[in-house]
Design a protein around this ligand. Structure first.
Ligand code: NDP
Length: 267
């Protein structure tokens, strides 16, 4: 992982940074000089990622740990308040926390599952974005939402996930238009399959999980699944001044999967 961007003096809050794509993004931004806020529900993972960020930081900047559940507004308020109290400002907000779920419309738990997916993947983003605008206006900061190719292409048994990400994409575009005059850019990165812990709460064994990633790798034009750092690199670009004229964009990072128009059944 090389630091090609300079985020010195910037403050970045990355939700879902206790694991996977969020953790890789936090590490890259820390390595590139930013003060980072690490958050998730799992306190051990939050503190482990904080330690790694501090080690990678060129000036040994201490990452800020905040254990929080994004589905709870009080937690999101505390997350933002702690960030501002500690660092005095916010430059970059990465709305990354999310989870995938399988459920058919005929399932007994269908509605409960859909509500939970929407609460985490969409409503939390709307809330945190709304609350952050007052700070991002001052820094001419920017927002990156982590969506999915599932927001663009349907996937079997994943209606809730796909709908939440499709709505998130429209939120990104609308809010980019609304916030343009305030100097705030808003963009999205839409990953294809990335080897993370995203399947851990799904009814699949470790063996099946590995088989899924291998199957993806075999159909992706680049011959492999994504790694978290692939997505972190896309986030870093959008967060940087090099993307100063880029807003309202949906940046697909999927190894050519959508371009190849292959329906994998899982995204
Ligand atoms: P991981 O499961 O590795 O990471 C998910 C992160 O989100 C964890 O840090 C987790 O923290 C956090 N999180 C989940 N729910 C909550 C919650 N209620 N409150 C606070 N934090 C929460 O998965 P990924 O890194 O893969 O997922 C990151 C994003 O990338 C998601 O939005 C996902 O939809 C998207 N994505 C992933 C793809 C993939 O193939 N991996 C493909 C396309 C998009 P904790 O467990 O500590 O609460």
């Amino acid at each position: 992982m090389s630091a090609i961007y300079d985020f010195s003096g910037k403050v970045a809050l990355i939700t879902g940074s206790s694991s996977g794509i969020g953790a890789a993004t936090a590490l890259l931004l820390a390595k590139s000089g930013a003060n980072v806020v690490i958050t998730g529900r799992n306190a051990d993972n939050v503190s482990k990622v904080c330690e790694e960020c501090t080690k990678l930081s060129p000036k040994g900047l201490k990452a800020l740990p905040v254990v929080a559940d994004v589905t709870k507004e009080a937690d999101l308020d505390r997350l933002l308040d702690t960030t501002i109290k500690t660092f005095g400002k916010l430059d970059i907000l990465v709305n990354n926390a999310g989870f995938g779920s399988f459920s058919q419309i005929s399932d007994a738990e269908y509605l409960k599952t859909q509500r939970s997916v929407f609460e985490t993947n969409l409503n939390s983003v709307i809330y945190l974005t709304h609350k952050s605008i007052q700070y991002l206006k001052k820094t001419k900061g920017n927002i990156i939402n982590i969506s999915s190719v599932a927001g663009i292409q349907s996937a079997k048994g994943m209606s809730g996930y796909c709908m939440s990400k499709a709505a998130l994409d429209m939120f990104t575009k609308c809010i980019a238009v609304d916030l343009g005059s305030k100097g705030i850019r808003v963009n999205s990165v839409n990953p294809g399959a990335v080897r993370t812990n995203i399947l851990r709460d799904m009814p699949v064994t470790d063996e099946q999980t590995n088989a899924i990633w291998d199957a993806m790798s075999s159909i992706y034009p680049v011959g492999r699944c994504g790694e978290s750092v692939d997505i972190a690199n896309a986030v870093a670009y959008l967060a940087s001044d090099q993307a100063s004229f880029v807003t309202g964009t949906i940046l697909v990072a999927d190894g050519g999967h959508l371009a190849a128009n292959v329906n994998s059944g899982f995204d």
